[in-house]
Each structure stands twice: as structure tokens, then as C-alpha cells.
Design a protein around this ligand. Structure first.
Ligand SMILES: Nc1ncnc2c1ncn2[C@@H]1O[C@H](COP(=O)(O)OP(=O)(O)OP(=O)(O)O)[C@@H](O)[C@H]1O
Ligand SMILES: [Mg+2]
Length: 338
């Protein structure tokens, strides 16, 4: 039986690493800054430090997010980024001899996309690799009993994708990954601000707007002041964005998610539907932090909806539970392969 000592969630927005027996050892933006020095490209910094450079670099520095819509998009930069993250959690290389890693991925990855994760692991001298869907981890994080015969509906709304799964006995019986997530909402807020105010905002500012005033409640009165660049004059301009300004954008994203949920529900047997009616929909992922997610989805889907208390951590905590239960972890891996 293989014994895994790390779980890695290589997300579009964030990379999280759980070390068995220790807990979450790293959570940083999936971001790398590359500097050209004497015509050679070198790593300047990764994670939070790199994300803080977005929009603030000179021509010799490029900032990259190598994971796109949940998939390794730039292999070389993903490898360099993860290498630096692993160095951060183990500067002396104590994890080096036996890096056995569980990689968490969106449930809808193709075989090629999964192989890209295995190739990345291989390139980093990871000796054994297990691939587990994010929603399976999230459900295990909810501490559902090991042999629970019921089916459960799990939704993980991240930066690049939304992972939707109906799970029975740690198996996804119906699943889909759709390209709706925080980045798409941020891009739509950018278009809105350009049209409405003729102002260009930076990526980190757009994210701040969504995270501070993004809401699905039509009586939300929160607002935020931000500074951008006026398109015509190229001068700085301060604007105030109200929650209700971006309500149609947030609702639009959640309507797409609800449509995809409905499509999966329509494929389920009455036995599964009866479990889901009883246990409801469990929601996690960074975008689940938006105010009113439970009420909004519950109304459309006509099901009870529960947002996890710490939706950013649900997936990695479930993966941590798996590292503490290597028998279950090995059984899940065997079944996924079989
Ligand atoms: N309070 C908040 N309100 C709304 N969105 C938030 C909030 N906090 C974080 N987010 C958003 O959640 C997203 C990141 O979530 P998460 O870490 O689950 O994604 P990820 O796992 O990296 O991406 P993916 O699973 O799509 O590959 C980002 O778009 C971030 O802006
Ligand atoms: Mg994720």
C-alpha cells in the first residue's frame, strides 16, 4: 500500500499544499513572475509576491498564472512555480526522498489533462502520484461516514471552473466541470466598468470589487471606491461601485451554474434524487463566499443548499482527512484506476 505524504490542490487561482501530520503548509496564488536577466529567463518570485506585481512590472518582468480553467496551461511555468512552493514548505528538502503526492483536480479533466499532471509530478521527482477529483475531497472534508450509502450533491466554485458532482460511495456518478468561476466574473466586471465609467481597472482591483461587494441579494447596499485609468484622458479616476451594479453579472454566473446543476439532476435516478432532496447541495470553493449563494441557488434548484463554513478550505481539508486515512485513500485510488 502506497503511503502519501502530501496533497496538492493546483487551482487556477490558488495552490494549496497539505502535509500529512502537519496540516496546510502553504496557500498562495498560482502565480509566477519571470525576469529576463542577460537574455535568460529566471524566476523572480512566486505566489503572493508574484501576484502583487500584476500590472506593476517593467518590461523585463512577466507575471503568469500557469493554471487556466483548472488545467495546466503553461507546463514549464507550472513546474517552476510548484518547485518553488515545494522548496518553501521543505527548505531542507526533508520531503525529497519520498514525495508521494495526491493531486486534486476538477472532475471533468480529459485523459490528456490528467497526464499533464502526472508529467508535472514526474518532472519534480514525485515518486507516486494519485489523482482525486476536488468534489470527492470536499465531501470527505464534510466527514460523511465512510460507508454512507447515500448520494450527495457537491458544488466547488473556484477561480477558473465550477466542478459539479453527484457522489455515491466516493464515486462520481454524475459530474461536470464548466468554465464559470471568479475570473470570468472579474472579466465581466471589467467590461461593465469600461462601458459605464470609461475606466480601466487592474486585475487585482477587479477581484477586490467582486470579493468585497459581490452579492446575490438585491437589497445589498454595500459599495467600494476604487481608482482606475480613464480611457480618454489617461488620468486617474476614482469611481464608486455598488453591489447592485454588479448584481446582473453575479446572477448571470450563478444562473449558468444552476443550469448545469439542473442538467445533471435531470440525468439522475429517482433513488439518487430522493437522497439529494434530503441532503441538499453542498457548496464550497472561493466564489461560494459571495453573499446569498445558499438562498439564490436554493430558490432556483428548489433544494436545500449549504455553503461550507470555510469554503476556501473544504477541498484541502478533505484531502488532509484522506492523508490521515491511507486505507481509504488507496481504495479510492484503486477504484479510480479500475
Ligand atoms: N469573498 C469572496 N467573494 C467572492 N469571491 C471570492 C471571495 N474570496 C475569494 N474569492 C474568489 O474565489 C476564487 C478562488 O477560489 P479557489 O481558491 O477555490 O479557486 P481555485 O481552486 O484556485 O480555482 P479552480 O478550482 O477554478 O481551478 C477567486 O476568483 C477569488 O477571487
Ligand atoms: Mg479549485
Amino acid at each position: 500500500m502506497a503511503t502519501y505524504n502530501l496533497a496538492i490542490e493546483l487551482g487556477t487561482s490558488n495552490t494549496v499544499i497539505y502535509v500529512a501530520g502537519l496540516g496546510v503548509a502553504l496557500k498562495e496564488p498560482s502565480c509566477i513572475a519571470i525576469e529576463t536577466v542577460n537574455k535568460k529567463k529566471v524566476v523572480k518570485c512566486v505566489g503572493t509576491e508574484a501576484k502583487n506585481l500584476v500590472g506593476k512590472t517593467n518590461n523585463s518582468v512577466e507575471v503568469h498564472f500557469p493554471i487556466c480553467e483548472g488545467v495546466i496551461y503553461n507546463f514549464q511555468y507550472a513546474k517552476l512555480m510548484l518547485k518553488e512552493f515545494l522548496k518553501k514548505i521543505s527548505p531542507s528538502g526533508i520531503l525529497k526522498p519520498k514525495k508521494r503526492v495526491v493531486f486534486i483536480h476538477p472532475c471533468g479533466l480529459t485523459r490528456d489533462e490528467k497526464n499533464r499532471i502526472r508529467d508535472l509530478a514526474y518532472a519534480l521527482n514525485i515518486t507516486t502520484t494519485a489523482l482525486i477529483p476536488s468534489t470527492v475531497c470536499a465531501l470527505i472534508g464534510m466527514e460523511v461516514e465512510e460507508n454512507d450509502p447515500n448520494s450527495h450533491f457537491v458544488l466547488n466554485i473556484g477561480g477558473g471552473v465550477t466542478d459539479i458532482s453527484i457522489i455515491n460511495n466516493n464515486h462520481i456518478i454524475r459530474g461536470a466541470t464548466i468554465n464559470v468561476g471568479g475570473n470570468q466574473i472579474d472579466a465581466n466586471i471589467s467590461d461593465f466598468v469600461k462601458n459605464e465609467f470609461q475606466v480601466i481597472l487592474g486585475d487585482n482591483t477587479l477581484e477586490k470589487i467582486k470579493n468585497s461587494v459581490g452579492s446575490l441579494l438585491n437589497n445589498d447596499i454595500s459599495s467600494i471606491n476604487v481608482v482606475g485609468l480613464e480611457i480618454d484622458t489617461r488620468h486617474r479616476k476614482e469611481i464608486r461601485i455598488f453591489s447592485k451594479d454588479i448584481l446582473p453579472i453575479i446572477c448571470g454566473a450563478f444562473n449558468k451554474i444552476a443550469d448545469a446543476c439542473e442538467a445533471l439532476l435531470n440525468m439522475c435516478s429517482s433513488e439518487v434524487l430522493s437522497d439529494i432532496n434530503k441532503f441538499g447541495v453542498y457548496v464550497c470553493g472561493g466564489v461560494a463566499n459571495i453573499t446569498g449563494v445558499d438562498k439564490y441557488l436554493s430558490k432556483i434548484l428548489n433544494l436545500p443548499v449549504y455553503v461550507d463554513v470555510d469554503p476556501d478550505s473544504s477541498v484541502i481539508m478533505g484531502a488532509g482527512n484522506l492523508l490521515n486515512n491511507q486505507v481509504l485513500l488507496n481504495n479510492i485510488c484503486k477504484e479510480l484506476k479500475g
